[in-house]
Write a protein that binds this ligand. Structure first.
Ligand code: MSP
Length: 418
């Protein structure tokens, strides 16, 4: 049976779920449901990213132990996905014991192989991104995503030989062995490889306690991204054994991911560090990474501090679950950034669902009731339409797929009006 493995990022627990996380998760759910419908064997993984400096600081602010704090927010994510009818098969928390053991095993393997070595990192670090920054990444000395000046760091650390994998990865990205979609995002990454190249990256922190201990030197914790990436493997039950695809203990029938969904904020790390780790571990790369659009609210970055984040539960209260899912998926063409607002949601709800679909359903049911007619519906009779719909779904063109359905609905309206 054909396999389909789809992932969302593991979301940071420094914030409760908002509409941005919801967007990725609903899109993954739509794809998972579609592939199940096609008769494929599907595994859909999501989860939470719970270690690192950012979470450590946040927990302190909340006067909670990091784990206690993470438990609360991880529950909030689980509840949100339940409320939204998300059909995930796995929910991976990076503080889980099995994940921690597998991360240690994997890092030890990379260290023994000579891909991780001791050195010193002197430079900048943005706690918001949990990423090392170069001057080139900043504008007026600030991280553009988080509008904060990165901290200066000078630390002994275990460093990953990312540079070693530069040529091999660039080749695989160029020839779509690791396909990055949409095409403009692939071009961006290819140009990053060609112009800036891959420098080795620190994989451990001495001054962050809230993390997985480096197994051969407990005075360091694992860099949170190295820990987080491995969720895509441990979420399938991987125990760190490598290579696993030889009938060994860590055998995983779903590997590699068919598609990994995310937004542009985390593409670069996913197109560099993540596949390089897989090459180092001797494991196959994901087939596709799809970058969907980034939402802003009324032209501004969404965030707790700006007080403009829209919670999925608010949308559900107002419109109901299915309508909320529809409105989020339909907010922009998939792969394009977009601006959202309550006003736009209201307009779309009224135009498409209340007046469009709602109206048609009401007219049909009135007609049937008044004339005491029963309908014998033949599902899936329009083969041409189904083919077109499937092609669009396959190409992640959800808006185009929906257009086909709307055309059909409008045709129904016309028949009733005649
Ligand atoms: N923990 C890391 C990911 C590690 S994966 C190995 C992280 N977490 S996050 O909570 O910040 O989630 C980022 C992702 O959430 C984005 O890539 C996207 O999938 C989703 N979104 C968060 N805000 C968003 C918008 N405003 N718009 C669209 N998607 C957004 O990064």
């Amino acid at each position: 049976m054909k396999k389909f493995y789809i992932t969302t990022p593991v979301y940071y627990v420094n914030d409760v779920p908002h509409i941005g996380h919801t967007y990725t998760t609903i899109a993954a759910d739509v794809l998972a449901r579609w592939h199940r419908e096609l008769g494929e064997e599907v595994f859909f993984l999501t989860g939470t990213d719970e270690h690192g400096a950012k979470i450590e600081t946040k927990a302190k602010e909340m006067k909670l132990e990091p784990k206690q704090y993470a438990d609360k927010i991880a529950d909030a994510f689980k509840e949100a996905w339940q409320e939204l009818n998300i059909s995930h098969d796995g929910f991976l928390r990076t503080t889980g014991e099995a994940h921690i053991k597998a991360v240690q095993k994997a890092l030890r393997f990379m260290h023994d192989k000579g891909d991780i070595y001791l050195s010193k990192y002197e430079g900048l670090y943005c706690r918001g991104c949990e990423q090392y920054k170069s001057e080139r990444d900043l504008i007026d000395g600030m991280c553009q995503d988080h509008k904060i000046a990165p901290e200066k760091m000078s630390e002994e650390c275990y460093t990953f030989k990312l540079s070693k994998y530069q040529d091999e990865l660039l080749e695989k990205i160029k020839n779509d062995e690791l396909q990055i979609l949409p095409l403009n995002r692939k071009n961006e990454i290819v140009s990053f490889y060609e112009k800036e190249g891959l420098a080795d990256v620190s994989f451990s922190r001495k001054n962050v306690n809230w993390g997985i201990p480096i197994p051969w030197d407990k005075s360091h914790t694992v860099y949170v991204w190295a820990d987080a990436f491995l969720n895509y493997l441990t979420g399938l039950g991987w125990d760190g054994a490598t290579p696993f695809n030889k009938g060994g203990k860590g055998d995983l029938k779903f590997w590699p991911p068919s598609v990994q969904l995310m937004s542009k904020d985390i593409l670069r790390v996913h197109a560099t560090i993540w596949p390089a780790m897989l090459l180092s571990l001797g494991l196959p790369l994901p087939k596709k990474i799809f970058i969907h659009g980034y939402f802003q609210v009324n032209g501004q970055k969404m965030g707790k501090s700006l007080g403009n984040a829209i919670a999925p539960s608010d949308l559900i209260k107002k419109y109901g679950v299915d309508a909320a899912r529809y409105l989020i998926m339909g907010a922009t063409a998939f792969g394009h950034d977009g601006d959202i607002s309550w006003e736009k949601f209201n307009d779309k709800y009224n135009a498409d669902l209340a007046n469009g679909l709602g109206n048609l359903a009401a007219r049909v049911s009135n007609l049937l009731e008044t004339n005491k007619i029963g309908l014998d519906l033949e599902v899936g009779s329009d083969k041409k339409l189904i083919k077109k719909y499937a092609e669009n779904m396959q190409a992640f063109k959800f808006d185009e797929a929906l257009k086909i359905l709307w055309e059909k609905l409008r045709a129904g309206d016309t028949v009733l009006s005649d």
